[in-house]
Ligand binder design. Structure first.
Ligand code: ASP
Length: 349
């Protein structure tokens, strides 16, 4: 019987999309704006001490990640798919503002991923004295190149590395606009803690099928809205949102373990939407914990109105998963069914 061997290339592809890490001050306005990648490399003599080779792919016009969009996620998937066999792993330099959305989207779009895809960035530009960018970048490259004795990577997942922690991408959320610990994963443990040594948590890391190919997906459908419940919510305003003709799904941010006010109009609107095929996914406004619609009557009525549980998903992962599933399937019934399935480690079911 032929034994499987994993081929290593000893190279990592660094994909520069923009973000604070590579920004500099516009002399006229004083505001930070993305710079060319070479300005970033000039600030990194450390590159030559890395054990892996590095090659660079730079976005033609680097962006502030507030301008990230589904078509750019498809572009990133294309870059990774086209270069898949030539690199051991991929590091994506990305602004922090939408990094968790991009990481979530890529985790669904790169099916059976067998290589690390590590997203990182920084809170201070790499050219500034107290920058966190150097450590984040150098450690991310090191993590993307880390492997077992048989050559298989330590972390064959889409992850975010920031401030000493490697987190599952679709479990991460930006939690701090000031501190260096910009990201946290509240409902799933870290995959690796980077102190003096790397401490990998092997049993938490996904195990892909190395004998099967990675399957890239680029079709996304973002006919979705995000609805956050609050005391005083008004029927006339919400009705316009829920009755939008193109709408295929709603991520509804509810209270606590998945509860909403018992307004008959809200239940009626949600029920009518579900009957039209709109998939309403219930995600808690709490940063930790899971939706349990059977716990209180105020959650149970949502279940009766056809709302589906988002379990312990982040908002970012729920939105990305819906875009991905809607891109894959025209039929909303299939989308609804697959929201209950753990596809890329994004929910605990
Ligand atoms: N606005 C920046 C961006 O997301 C912030 C950052 O990089 O941290 O591109």
């Amino acid at each position: 019987m032929a034994t499987f061997t994993y081929k290593r290339t000893n190279k990592v592809l660094l994909i520069y999309t923009g973000g604070t890490i590579g920004m500099g001050k516009n002399p006229a306005t004083g505001a930070l704006e993305p710079l060319d990648f070479n300005c970033l490399v000039d600030n990194l003599p450390e590159f030559k001490y890395l054990k892996t080779g590095i090659e660079v792919y730079q976005f033609a016009s680097p962006i502030d990640s507030s301008d990230m969009a589904p078509r750019l996620w498809a572009h990133l998937v294309g870059i990774i798919a086209d270069n898949y066999d030539s690199y051991d792993g991929f590091v994506i330099l990305h602004g922090t503002d939408t990094m968790a959305y991009t990481a979530s989207a890529l985790s669904f779009m790169l099916e059976n991923l067998t290589k690390p895809v590590v997203l990182t960035g920084s809170q201070l530009p790499i050219g500034q004295l107290r920058t966190d960018g150097k450590e984040n970048l150098v450690t991310s490259i090191d993590l993307a190149a880390s492997h077992h004795e048989d050559g298989t990577p330590m972390v064959p997942e889409v992850c975010i590395y920031f401030s000493g922690k490697l987190l599952r991408g679709n479990r991460s959320t930006k939690q701090n606009a000031e501190g260096f610990n910009a990201f946290e994963s509240f409902n799933y443990p870290s995959l690796c803690d980077a102190g003096i040594n790397f401490n990998f948590h092997h049993h938490e890391i996904l195990k892909p099928n190395y004998e099967q190919p990675m399957v890239p997906h680029t079709a996304l459908d973002s006919n979705i809205t995000l609805l956050s419940i609050f005391p005083g919510i008004q029927e006339n305003i919400i009705r316009h949102l829920i009755e939008a003709p193109e709408l295929r799904s709603i991520v509804m941010r509810s209270y606590g373990s998945g509860n909403a006010p018992q307004h008959p109009w809200l239940m009626k609107l949600l029920k009518e939407a579900s009957n039209r095929g709109v998939v309403v996914v219930n995600i808690s406004q709490c940063i930790a914990g899971s939706v349990e619609m059977e716990r209180y009557d105020t959650g149970f009525q949502l279940k009766n109105a056809g709302v589906v549980s988002g379990y312990d998903s982040t908002v970012e992962a729920a939105l990305a998963k819906l875009m991905f599933l809607q891109g894959m399937y025209r039929d909303n019934g299939t989308v609804r069914k697959l929201m209950h399935k753990n596809i890329a480690g994004e929910i605990s079911v």
